[in-house]
Design a protein around this ligand. Structure first.
Ligand code: ATP
Length: 235
């Protein structure tokens, strides 16, 4: 479904991604793990069109998308939930969700998608008239994910959905990630919580200082000594 082929990405003179390649197959949850600053967010931003690779290709459903405008990429079915949620604080929950569907015209389909999002996140239904800025961190994460789903993505890019959330809420978010995937959306998940990420993923890539240093099935990486030492607290 998605093939990232040897991309180099720079911020000015600083190279953030070095010959990175990765594949995501339809139906999978693929996770990208790595320390702070490894380049995980940079990779998601490059896939969603916020950054352009200097070298290399990105192919999504048989089309070259590297360097295309972000809006065109959303239209092709890739939605990105950025790190730190970024909801519109002065708009209500419902207005934020509407914005997620701004490229769509089909009113009936949108109504159904509102229902789907509210089924997935009952909390958002309870708070639909509330300003997004007054929601808790976990609720804002749910809203950011719900907003992305309103664009009906085929591929969902999630950047650190568990960041700053209490353990119980982390579990809830991961359960919902699995539900979204089971309903047919392919997911590329960036996480620092390698333990949780590997528990839901089919496959994983490890990124270190801009390079892919390891990849395999989630079970293989869970069993790898290197991953255990560096990302799973040595257990
Ligand atoms: P984090 O979890 O902290 O976001 P990450 O793995 O997602 O880490 P990136 O945010 O992709 O890492 O950053 C990769 C590298 O690029 C880092 O060295 C970072 O300092 C650098 N970088 C990121 N954004 C910028 C920017 N806007 N300008 C210059 N350098 C940047």
């Amino acid at each position: 479904m998605l093939k990232v082929d040897n991309i180099d990405v720079y911020y000015g003179n600083i190279q953030a991604l070095k010959s990175v390649s990765l594949e995501v197959n339809q139906g999978e949850i693929v996770t990208l793990i790595g320390a702070n600053g490894a380049g995980k967010s940079t990779l998601l931003k490059t896939i969603s069109g916020l950054l352009k690779p200097r070298q290399g290709n990105i192919v999504y459903l048989d089309q070259f998308i590297a360097g295309k405008q972000a809006q065109a990429i959303v239209k092709q079915g890739i939605s990105h939930v950025p790190e730190g949620r970024r909801v519109f604080a002065n708009m209500t929950v419902e207005e934020n969700l509407e914005l997620g569907a701004f490229l769509r015209r089909d009113k009936d389909g949108m109504r159904k998608d509102f229902e789907k999002v509210y089924d997935l996140f009952p909390r958002l239904l309870e708070r639909r008239k509330q300003l997004a800025g007054t929601l808790s961190g976990g609720e804002q994460q749910m809203l950011a994910m719900g907003r992305a789903l309103m664009a009906r993505p085929k591929l969902l890019l999630l950047d650190e959905p568990s960041m700053g959330l209490a353990p119980l809420l982390v579990k809830t978010i991961f359960r919902i990630i699995q539900e979204i995937n089971e309903a047919g959306t392919t997911i590329l998940l960036v996480e620092q919580n390698a333990h949780m990420a590997l528990s839901v993923a089919n496959r994983a890539y490890v990124l270190e200082t801009g390079r892919v240093v390891l990849s395999g099935t989630a079970a293989e990486l869970n069993a790898s000594d290197e991953v255990k030492m560096a990302y799973l607290g040595g257990h």
